[in-house]
Design a protein around this ligand. Structure first.
Ligand code: FAD
Length: 531
């Protein structure tokens, strides 16, 4: 029987899914088996939990994503609903803290909000779906502009990018008008106030079906397609090690979490896309330890506020009929708190920030009925500036072979600090947030810097680089230096100081990595056939 080249993908989030899709669509010969530690939450694998209309079902799906199966840990890992800022781009239901404080916890006192999701679809089952493009120095300078443009466009296609979501919302339009009056003159052409690109499919009633890993997987999960015949997704399958001979991956050792059975799965190539902390942890546990592994951790910091929209300003911009139509539209989809999304993108040199403005009917936290802004008829905006963190080798995660975590992996310790390099931009972002809030209405929550780790966008811990000089883990095709058939994926590869949601960038990087891997496997296959 002829050998069918097999790729093992670790992790079923948007990045593992992008690998599976691009590999299977690029080659009719390859088979992909995807291993996911968490459970499948929805009938369609990887669907966004935000699309679940029933509140109890939605809460249950979130709870099932919050960590390991063991009842012993479940309680301590889940983040209580009362402390979240739901509906903001820092929403966190469905995730579990890495440093949960119980036995087997990570240690992250300087990065306390670090969190992960463990379920089919990964964090992509819970995400807010904002997919702005990276710009200026956020881009990777070792991939040329024409290729980058094509990669980003392909990634936008995989994620069903919408550049004008909620564009017909009169309140969304009014918010843009107010922000344009306040900031427009200071912003460069093409980088002014606009709608925020999001991933999903607009519905005739004006609501969105939000994209998840299911969207990225596309034909792989449609019964009867040629790609589906060569794709397999195994949930509750924890990859314990990437097996290798020092320069080639040979497969993965997997624990079936239902039966506790541990087995070796041979593969011609391995893709590790298990998030920015657990991917480096898995490599470390497998004895693959490049010096940059886990180092150069960044996120974008977030200064946020909530503002009640001002009656006078909104009434001047929105007619009664338009407002009535807006209320009717919102009522149709009460389960989804976000009703319009706007932004001011990153631009250099004068606006090294990303502002995101989410309009919602209710504030993201309970407001005392006696509060003057309670029940505001125009609703609220939750908005925040993303501020960059300049990469430093000192920031990162280390793994201790002498202390095992709750899953039996070397325990993580995260060390991280904001420095003088970030402070001026944090101050400037706070000042701008005050201006934006004052222009739009009255503050319901004062502008504040969220604790480290709150962005959920962790980058740099397996960064890409153009040369193997010890400051990167992967080459420009995402292959771990020294291993042709071991590829890494996810936000961890982003080496730049980034101010915004990184998933689109990571999918673009994955498209390049997947194409490179298909070529690599074809070359190896041709050489074997010639022998
Ligand atoms: P993940 O989605 O984290 O998936 C990794 C998967 O690997 C997980 O399912 C995990 O269980 C699995 N895994 C880990 N270890 C193993 C193992 N050893 N064996 C098997 N499986 C393993 N990003 C944006 O760009 N825009 C947004 O608006 C946005 N909003 C967000 C809002 C929330 C509430 C959250 C939680 C995240 C948000 N993000 C957003 C982040 C976005 O979801 C991530 O960037 C994206 O999901 C990363 O994809 P990934 O595939 O690399 O990793």
């Amino acid at each position: 029987m002829s050998h069918i080249p097999t790729v093992a993908v670790v992790g079923s989030g948007p990045i593992g899914s992008a690998y599976a899709r691009v590999i299977l669509e690029s080659s009719p010969d390859i088979r992909v088996v995807m291993f996911e530690a968490g459970p499948q939450l929805t009938a369609v694998p990887g669907e966004s939990v935000r699309n679940i209309a029933d509140p109890d079902e939605k809460a249950r799906a979130r709870e099932r994503s919050q960590g390991p199966l063991s009842g012993e840990y479940r309680e301590s890992l889940g983040i209580p609903a009362g402390v979240v800022v739901e509906g903001m781009f820092t929403a966190r239901q469905g995730t579990h803290l890495l440093d949960f404080g119980g036995p087997g916890s990570a240690h992250a006192p300087t990065f306390p909000a670090a969190a992960a999701a463990t379920n089919v679809g990964g964090q992509g089952a819970h995400w807010t779906c904002a997919i702005p493009r990276p710009a200026f120095s956020e881009k990777l300078d070792f991939i040329d502009d024409a290729e980058w443009e094509e990669l980003i466009s392909t990634a936008e296609g995989l994620l069903h990018a919408q550049h004008a979501a909620f564009a017909d919302s009169p309140i969304g339009t009014a918010i843009r008008a107010v922000l344009h009056d306040e900031f427009g003159a200071e912003l460069p052409e093409g980088y002014g106030v606009s709608t925020l690109p999001v991933a999903g499919d607009p519905q005739p009633d004006g609501s969105m079906v939000w994209a998840g890993a299911d969207t990225v997987l596309g034909p792989l999960i449609e019964p009867g397609t040629p790609e589906a015949a060569r794709f397999e997704l195994r949930d509750l399958s924890l990859v314990r090690r990437v097996e290798h001979d020092g320069s080639r991956a040979t497969g993965v050792t997997v624990e079936d979490l239902r039966t506790k059975e541990v087995s070796f799965f041979p593969a011609d190539a391995v893709v590790v896309a298990a998030d920015a902390f657990r991917s480096p942890q898995l490599l470390w546990a497998s004895g693959i330890r490049p010096s940059a592994l886990g180092r150069y951790l960044t996120e974008h910091h977030v200064v946020i506020t909530t503002v009640a929209l001002d009656d006078e300003r909104m009434s001047a911009l929105i007619s009664d009929d338009e407002f009535a139509a807006e209320l009717a539209r919102r009522a149709q989809n009460a389960a989804d708190p976000v009703a319009a999304v706007n932004r001011i993108p990153f631009s250099e040199p004068d606006h090294p920030f990303s502002l995101q403005v989410m309009y919602a009917e209710n504030p993201p936290f309970p407001l005392d009925p006696s509060h003057p802004a309670a029940g505001n008829r125009w609703g609220y905006v939750n908005m925040g500036y993303g501020v960059r963190k300049h990469p430093r080798v000192e920031d990162g995660v280390t793994f201790d072979d002498g202390e095992l975590d709750y899953q039996g992996f070397p325990a993580m310790t995260i060390e991280y600090a904001l420095t003088e390099a970030e402070q001026p931009e944090l101050d400037e972002a706070t000042a701008r947030l005050r201006r934006a809030g004052a222009a739009l209405g009255s503050f319901v929550a004062e502008p504040r810097l969220l604790p480290n780790g709150s962005s959920l966008h962790y980058m740099g811990t397996m960064r890409m680089g153009p040369v193997d000089d010890g400051t990167s883990v992967a080459d420009p095709f995402s292959r771990v230096w020294g291993y042709d058939n071991l590829v890494v994926g996810g936000n961890a590869l982003i080496p730049t100081a980034n101010t915004m949601n990184p998933t689109l960038t990571s999918v673009a990087i994955a498209v390049r990595g997947a194409r490179g891997l298909v070529e690599q496997l074809a070359t190896v296959g041709a050489a074997e056939a010639a022998r």
